[in-house]
Design a protein around this ligand. Structure first.
Ligand code: CP
Length: 308
């Protein structure tokens, strides 16, 4: 297979296993190029991409921009905080104005679930979801799974733990779709108040016991407590959370085998993850960031061959 089954990347839910594997094999080629002295290829010359961010971002935004520039695309960046959105302009008007300037692809982060899907139905450009509210963050899940594949080579029989604030995490949902499609066993762990009811229907197990879950897994993807999305009090306090669900060196040292620690960032050091763990040989957190560029190059390149 040499083409994706979709012409937008709105979520992992709509991808096939073959799509994901095609993105990985394409990313392998781009990763080789990124390790060369000359890292730029002409693949997306004459393609114009708008990065439209209605919410803060460090990793995703820089990673997309770098991926686009490495592919020789023309890039425009839009930030809601410094735009006419502040004067009341709608999402559709904003994006249609950008498209009137002949933009081919839109990478969008938005605080509202479904905003990229709405956009894809109304505009004539490929849309890539860079994170929509608590829904999906597909390129994060792809780079997470790609980083696992780099270490483990095989998903069948692999145990992956997703730990923390599952309820408010778009990374969790995209990871669940991605890892289960690839054949990994997925377990969720966190306080009962931060794990959605009936989530087992997505083919995952749930545990509220951190030490048992760490013992079970080969990889633990540790998620941030998303205080900005929490409307209620879900646990007594950050110290209490760290005591019960924080990943510490002491907990890792008590395991019968070493495990690999992942985090999509940004991290709350000392809350969900101890600094010593984040900076230890167990952690592949910066490898995830590095792989993000190759994965995003692959997604952009493959979607450019599937015009909207
Ligand atoms: N992982 C992630 O989405 O980070 P940013 O919010 O910094 O983009």
């Amino acid at each position: 297979m040499s083409a994706l089954s979709v012409n937008h990347l709105l979520g992992i839910e709509s991808l096939t296993k073959q799509d994901i594997e095609l993105i990985f094999s394409t990313a392998d080629n781009f990763k080789t190029i990124l390790n060369r002295r000359i890292k730029k290829v002409p693949s997306l010359r004459d393609i114009t991409i708008a990065n439209v961010f209605f919410e803060n971002s460090t990793r995703t935004r820089i990673s997309f921009e770098l991926a686009e520039k490495r592919l020789s695309a023309d890039v425009v960046n839009f930030s809601a905080s410094s735009s006419s959105v502040k004067k009341g302009e709608t999402l559709l008007d904003t994006v249609n104005n950008i498209l009137a300037m002949k933009v081919d692809m839109v990478v969008m982060r938005h605080p509202h679930v479904g905003a990229p899907n709405f956009l894809a139905q109304h505009i004539d450009a490929n849309v890539i979801n860079a994170g929509d509210g608590t829904h999906e963050h597909p390129t994060q899940a792809l780079l997470d799974a790609y980083s696992i594949r780099e270490k483990a080579h095989e998903f069948n029989g692999l145990n992956v733990l997703i730990l923390g604030d599952i309820q408010h995490s778009r990374v969790a949902l995209s990871n669940i779709y991605c890892l289960t499609k690839l054949g990994a066993n997925v377990k969720l762990c966190g306080p009962p108040t931060l794990i959605p009811k009936n989530i087992e229907s997505l083919g995952v197990e749930v545990s509220y016991n951190l030490q048992e879950s760490l013992e079970w897994c080969d990889f633990a993807n540790v998620l941030r407590i998303q205080l900005e999305r929490q409307k209620d009090s879900y646990f007594p306090g950050l110290r209490e959370y760290a005591n019960h669900f924080g990943v510490t060196m002491q907990r890792l040292n008590n395991l019968s085998k070493p495990i690999t620690i992942m985090h999509p960032g940004p991290m709350n050091r000392g809350v969900e993850i101890e600094s010593k763990v984040a900076d230890s040989e167990h952690s592949v957190i910066l490898n995830q960031v590095e792989n993000g560029v190759a994965i995003r190059m692959a997604v952009l390149y493959l979607l450019a061959s599937n015009p909207s």
